[in-house]
Design a protein around this ligand. Structure first.
Ligand code: GLA
Length: 366
């Protein structure tokens, strides 16, 4: 067990009976394409969320997070979940959707400990929901496969937490293992797990600017995409190709640029999969830069700080590509380093960024 049994016993006066975990993720490419029913290519990071559980014979859940200092376990009854606008909503959301789906399960004492940083664009919320779902699945032998589990996690986040996110994060946290990337069609949920060749060396740096997906900007982008799809007469932007772009660019500002990002980003995901498969990392790096430019100029989800990080990375010899990763409006960048260079370039980019931005960044990978 990673979770300290003594702390569990001190809190709940009983032993945990199981421990599970789920990883955070970094998206390689395919940003803001999932809710447009397109393609994504995320992979997992070493940071994980661990959940230790002891089942209860009543319908009470007590949940404790080691990340929140000095507080008592949060306690609620199954079926009486109420949003509180904090981390407990991810736990409550999960039990609420399990209840709605008529799964047979009871209460639990839960101890949660995570190394996935919150608000850094690395899916701390999906890691938590997937880990809690795994804990209930194991404790109560719920008939749930990994895709069904991801769908429930997404529903909990959409309906209970109120964040209108797509399904990328929950799918990769539920399905991928270390050094695997998930090539996912977000419309059909068909997927392929790609083993990343050892030369794919990543660095992830958090800008220190926090984001919030239940906040307005993400929702605004989604609404813009829906408006554009309706105006262009397609069910989702996924249904457009580069040949449709002249038509899209005639829409009122900024809809054309939003469409151009999504359509070109879907293409870039397909090109990135092909580049990985033939070991063409220079091409993968080029796609990273192009993706970043598109997110910055057309989709407008980058901020000064994440642009600066990407520019500093680009100036390094040991870097093949870099881009903002995740929803944006702050968060982290992912760097494709040359083999053997990830540690060194991450340290140099961090130092230059901290000097120039006046903020404190964090190297999360390697
Ligand atoms: C967040 C959401 C995902 C996805 C990304 C942007 O991480 O949770 O569903 O939309 O933003 O690619």
């Amino acid at each position: 067990m990673t979770i300290d049994r003594d702390r569990f016993v001190a809190l709940f006066e009983r032993q945990p009976e199981l421990e599970v975990s789920a990883p955070g993720r970094v998206n390689l490419i395919g940003e803001h394409t999932d809710y447009n029913e397109g393609f994504v290519l995320p992979t997992v990071i070493p940071q994980r969320t661990h959940v230790a559980l002891a089942a209860r014979s009543d319908r009470v859940v007590r949940a404790f997070s080691a990340q929140v200092d000095g507080q008592a376990p949060f306690e609620y009854r199954l079926g009486a979940e109420q949003p509180r606008r904090d981390w407990t909503d991810y736990v409550q959301g999960v039990t609420q959707v399990l209840g709605e789906e008529r799964f047979i399960f009871g209460g639990a004492d839960l101890f949660i400990e995570s190394s996935v940083p919150v608000g850094s664009g690395l899916s701390s919320s999906a890691a938590l929901q997937v880990a809690v779902l795994r804990a209930f699945r194991q404790a109560y032998s719920l008939p749930l496969d990994d895709v069904a589990l991801a769908r429930l996690a997404k529903r909990a986040e959409n309906d209970f937490v109120g964040a209108p996110v797509g399904i990328m994060d929950q799918m990769v946290c539920s399905l991928a293992s270390d050094r695997q990337a998930l090539f996912l069609d977000a419309r059909t949920l068909e997927y392929r797990l790609l083993t990343l060749p050892p030369e794919v060396e990543l660095a992830v740096i958090n800008s220190g600017v926090a984001h919030q997906h239940s906040a307005g900007d993400y929702r605004t982008r989604r609404a813009e995409c829906e408006r554009a799809a309706a105006a262009l007469g397609v069910p989702a932007l996924r249904d457009l190709t580069p040949a449709d772009l002249p038509r899209a660019m005639a829409l009122p500002e900024p809809l054309g640029r939003r469409v151009r990002h999504v359509v070109t980003e879907d293409e870039r995901v397909l090109q990135a999969v092909a580049a990985i498969e033939r070991g063409d990392l220079a091409e993968l790096g080029r796609l990273f830069y192009a993706s970043h430019a598109s997110m910055r100029d057309d989709y407008e989800v980058s901020v000064r700080e994440t642009d600066l990080l990407v520019e500093l990375a680009r100036a390094e010899d040991g870097v093949q590509g870099a881009r903002l990763t995740g929803g944006g409006f702050g968060g982290s960048i992912v760097i494709l380093a040359k083999p053997g260079k990830s540690r060194e370039v991450a340290a140099r980019v961090k130092a230059a960024y901290d000097r120039q931005s006046g903020r404190v960044s964090t190297v999360l990978v390697p």
